[in-house]
Every structure is written in C-alpha cells, then in structure tokens.
Design a protein around this ligand. Structure first.
Ligand SMILES: [Zn+2]
Length: 265
C-alpha cells in the first residue's frame, strides 16, 4: 500500500471535479505512481475525518487499556493483600459506630488511611487492643482497602501466619530463604498483624517476630497490630524490645466494648 508522502511526490495525470455525498464537490486527481497502479484521490475532508476518527479510537483504546491495567494492578494488590474473605466487604462505611469509643476508633482508622502518605513517611503505627469480635479486623481491613485504592501495597496476616511463612523457609525443599520472606514483610507499604497474642510464644518465635517489627521500624514502615492483650500483656508477650518499637511509633486504640458477634446485623 502506498503512503501519502509517496503519492504527493507523483505526477498528476489528470484532474477532475467529483462530488462527495457529504462534502460536495472536490478536486480528484489521478496520480501516476510508477510501478504501482495509478491512484485517484478521494474527498480530502472524508480522508481527514477518517484519520481523526482513527486517532480518536486509538486514544480511547489506549485510555481503556490504561484503565484495565490499573484495575488489574488493583486486583493483584488486593489478592496479594490476603484480606480474609469474611472481611472483604468491610469498609469504614459499614462499621457500626454507636458509641463514643467506637467513633474514636473509627476516626483513628480513617485518619490513618487518609494520611497514609505521611504515615509512610514517618513509619507511624496503630495498635488496636480489645476482645475478639469488637471490629478490629473490620477497621484494619478497611484501612488496607483504602491504602490499596490509594496505590500502595498492603498485607494482612495473623501473627501465626507470619511465623509460619518464616518457618516454611526452613524446610529442605523451600524455594525461598527466610531473608527473602523477611524482606517481603518489611517491603510491603502496610503490614497488618492480626491476633497478636495467640499462636506463638517460644523465644525463637518471639525473635522472628521481633525481626519483622524491627525491620519495619528501621525502614520506617507503618504497621497495624491487632491484639486482645492490654499494654502489659502485649509487652510480656512480644518482649520489651519489640514492644518498645511498637510504642515509639504507635498510637494505642482501645476497642473496649463487648463483642459484635452473635448480634443481628
Ligand atoms: Zn467527503
């Protein structure tokens, strides 16, 4: 196929007036094209319109592809965040805040999510402390959602999951080393650690958990810790050094009310 610049350079063999149904009369030229077949030009306005339409389609396709790419990234990040299915639909909007302390907890969570860029710069953390079923995971997963929507990465894991992830690397045919997993746990923009206070307790496990906390502390990366323990209990459970790391950068948010569980919703 000939391109326009080839045609422009060719000799005009004849010229006549043709009529375009849409644009009226136009000059149609028969161009001598050497070894190619002679070429008769059509309506210039039709040609311009079809070029413009093709360009508009190209831009629209590109925008569509960009939206699809962003959506795929978002989906991938949500998948990787490992938010448990039962919390997947939880958001700030459907958290029932029917008392002062619940409103305070909701506001602390929302504020953390909304100012995540600053949290990330400072490496500040949250500790949600309260009985099971008080909505700690609900608010933590809402934070993860908001952080991912904002273009960052998040990972939700129970303390037990984290120890298991690190321990699996000790198996003989493990594909990844403990430091690979540790690096991932440190690298993710937001780490949410649920159920800190159950599931581990040996000194070796405490040390592993300290490595995660300390790594994130050193890199100034935010963490949200969910625990059923109070300050003294948490300090005893994870050890003074780890507790100090958390306390230095963290805000303590009490979830000091009865469980939602078993309540009609
Ligand atoms: Zn035309």
């Amino acid at each position: 196929m000939m391109v326009l610049s080839d045609i422009a350079a060719q000799t005009v063999k004849d010229s006549r007036i043709e009529r375009c149904e849409r644009h009226g009369e136009y000059e149609s030229r028969l161009l001598y094209a050497g070894k190619h077949q002679d070429y008769r030009t059509g309506c210039a306005q039709c040609a311009a319109e079809s070029r413009a339409a093709a360009e508009a389609k190209r831009i629209a396709d590109e925008a569509q592809a960009e939206i699809a790419r962003k959506q795929a990234t978002l989906t991938r990040r949500l998948d990787r965040a490992c938010i448990p299915a039962r919390f997947a639909g939880r958001s700030f909007a459907n958290f029932i805040a029917d008392s002062e302390p619940k409103i305070a907890a909701l506001q602390a969570a929302q504020h953390f999510a909304e100012t995540f860029a600053e949290r990330k710069a400072e490496g500040s953390s949250l500790v949600f402390s309260g009985r099971p079923g008080t909505g700690k995971s609900h608010l933590a997963c809402s934070i993860a959602r908001a952080v991912i929507d904002g273009g960052c990465t998040a990972l939700y894991a129970t303390a037990r999951d984290i120890i298991r992830m690190l321990r699996q690397t000790w198996e003989r045919d493990a594909e990844r080393t403990e430091s690979d997993v540790l690096a991932d746990l440190v690298r993710v923009d937001l780490l949410i650690v649920d159920e800190l206070g159950v599931g581990f307790g040996s000194d070796a496990e405490k040390l592993q958990f300290f490595d995660v906390l300390d790594g994130r502390y050193r890199e100034q990366r935010p963490i949200v810790v969910l625990t059923n323990l109070d300050r003294a209990g948490l300090s005893a459970f994870i050890g003074q050094r780890a507790y100090d790391r958390l306390r230095e950068a963290g805000t303590w948010v009490p979830f000091d009310w009865d469980s939602y569980r078993g309540r009609a919703k």
